[in-house]
Design a protein around this ligand. Structure first.
Ligand code: GLC
Length: 551
């Protein structure tokens, strides 16, 4: 059995071992370094880490091109270091989930090498081949503008192979039972080594029928197979899917009875949230929330602001996308793949701490589980001179020492941001620890508050009319407690008028500052919100501030 559905109120922190902390002095992060920083992460209050791929890889797509599923890429340490790390995380009550990249392997993977060399190899059918160039070879590229095709001719195999992503990432045919068995072993292996689940990479493509003779379509049954295997092996483990899909497909991924994915990233809400930040128009965000309301009690959304990829705006209308581009990525060089922005959050919001706090506060109060990207807790920036998505994958900035304290090596092998307003001299953990009002200390306080508000992860919710544009007001109800979150997305002060007619006369306790509000007898509350202001309120008496997690 899964322990109290722990993921419904987790605080997830996403990091890449590679760019987090180097202790061996080779200029690349490692598991020993990460283990040493676990107290920092525990202090911040995160309860679950999501590790980006760390297995052996030629590293042509940030490790999403795995050449061996059963190892640790040597600069990051050994399997022994990995197990020490998961042990240390467990001691601190922190869970660990890792990327499960099973849509494709690297072309260096032994399976692909054997598959291309020998048509009768048992690995041949792990991949997707065609003797003739398929008609749709110039369609369906995930990285348009960089990637030219989805079928590439391999001289050795004397056939075309299918690759949804770059040509060095041949797609696996997950409808093949022999491959399915291998992939179960991969999951079983890492579960034995102490992980609490997987972030399933590129899931819609994993379950797609890819062979030309299969005629397309998705194999949703495979989601249940993955879930069953995981849960039977480790009752407490979860699957968090990367599936950028339309809301009409949500149920197919969660399962009608919640028997497929436990969690999915909510890309629909993410894109409309950026539209709201750009325009202060919260109506499309409200619609996105409504359209992605989950039905099964065990299903949960993961909400995020920025992730390890570009900010994908592909689900917005062309006009909406242009508004977000104009606000947050006006230069062509800031945009990517004809649909997104490749900057980090802090530069997009002009480094304005009030606005960053409001954006994060809003994300923390979306119905689901928050996911923070490493470095966002201090407002790290990006380096757009790096190609594609690399600009937002620079080394963690620990201090104002050389290389931001990320490595003792003279030259870091992971790019470091040294100069400008987001350079490590200006933006780093050590300085922000000492400043009570830094973004870092603010984030720590907000995480504590988020944990004290389980209504957000568990409760039923609705969007309230705030009576004024640019303000999003949400109410959560759970076990007789009500919580209200109000966010002013605009740069001007606003007065929101909230009606809680079923709770007349009760005080509204501001959980973040001494600014309480008493409504009139009809349950109408007036809330003053400064520019980018926000408040989390509990309805009731001061002594009754906290609710408890279910036991
Ligand atoms: C996912 C990852 C991305 C990677 C791709 C291919 O979209 O988030 O970083 O490039 O899958 O594995």
């Amino acid at each position: 059995m899964i322990d109290d559905l722990w993921y419904k109120n987790a605080v997830i922190y996403c990091l890449d071992v590679s760019s987090f902390m180097d202790t061996t002095g080779d200029g690349v992060g490692d598991f020993q370094g990460l283990a040493r920083r676990l107290d920092y992460l525990a202090g911040l209050g995160v309860t679950c880490l999501w590790l980006l791929p760390f297995q052996p890889t030629p590293d042509r797509d940030n490790g999403y091109d795995i050449s061996d599923y059963y190892g640790v890429n040597s600069p990051h340490g050994t399997l022994g270091d990995f197990v020490e790390f998961t042990h240390e995380a467990r001691v601190r009550g922190i869970r660990v989930i890792m990327d499960l990249v099973i849509n494709h392997t690297s072309d260096r993977h032994a399976w692909f090498q054997q598959a291309r060399a020998d048509e009768s190899s048992r690995y041949r059918d792990f991949y997707v081949w065609s003797k003739k160039k398929p008609r749709d070879a110039n369609r369906g590229m995930v990285f348009p503008g960089v990637q030219k095709t989805t079928w590439t001719y391999d001289e050795k195999a004397r056939a075309y192979y299918f690759h949804r992503f770059y040509d060095f990432q041949p797609d696996l045919d997950t409808s093949n039972p022999a491959l399915q068995e291998e992939l179960r072993k991969v999951m079983g292996f890492w579960l034995e080594l102490g992980v609490d689940g997987f972030r399933v990479d590129a899931l819609p493509f994993v379950i797609q029928n890819k062979r030309p003779d299969q005629g397309g379509g998705q194999r949703y049954e495979y989601l249940r197979d993955l879930r069953e295997f995981l849960q039977w092996r480790t009752g407490d483990a979860v699957l968090l899917a990367e599936a950028n899909i339309t809301p009409d497909k949500d149920l197919s991924y969660f399962g009608d009875d919640g028997d497929r994915m436990h969690m999915m990233f909510n890309f629909q809400v993410n894109q409309n949230l950026f539209y709201a930040l750009a325009t202060t128009d919260v109506r499309p965000l409200t619609r996105a929330l409504e359209r992605t309301r989950v039905q099964a009690p065990t299903a949960q959304w993961a909400h995020f602001l920025r992730n390890n990829d570009e900010l994908d705006l592909g689900r917005l209308t062309e006009a909406q996308r242009q508004r977000v581009f104009a606000a947050f990525g006006p230069d062509k060089d800031m945009q990517l793949y004809q649909r997104g922005i490749r900057r980090r959050l802090a530069p997009m919001l002009g480094g304005d701490q009030r606005r960053l706090e409001m954006a994060y506060s809003l994300m923390f109060t979306l119905p689901g589980t928050p996911v923070i990207r490493y470095g966002d807790e201090i407002g790290m920036g990006d380096d757009l001179s790096l190609p594609e998505r690399e600009g937002a994958r620079t080394a963690m900035q620990w201090s104002s020492a050389a290389n931001g304290g990320f490595t003792l090596a003279k030259r870091s092998r992971v790019p470091v941001i040294a100069d400008g307003p987001f350079g490590y001299a200006k933006v780093n953990v050590a300085d922000q620890r000492r400043q009570p009002n830094s973004l870092l200390n603010w984030t720590e306080r907000m995480i504590r508050m988020r944990k004290e508000c389980p209504e957000i992860g568990w409760g039923t919710w609705r969007v309230l009319n705030a009576g004024v544009p640019g303000v999003l007001a949400m109410r959560y109800d759970w076990r007789g407690n009500a919580l209200l979150a109000v966010h002013n997305l605009s740069a001007e002060a606003r007065e929101a008028t909230i009606r809680l007619t079923d709770l007349p006369g009760q005080p509204l306790i501001n959980l973040l500052c001494e600014d309480h509000s008493r409504g009139d007898r009809r349950g109408t509350y007036k809330l003053e919100l400064p520019p980018y202001g926000y408040g989390w309120y509990r309805v009731g008496s001061l002594t009754d501030l906290q609710t408890r997690e279910p036991r």
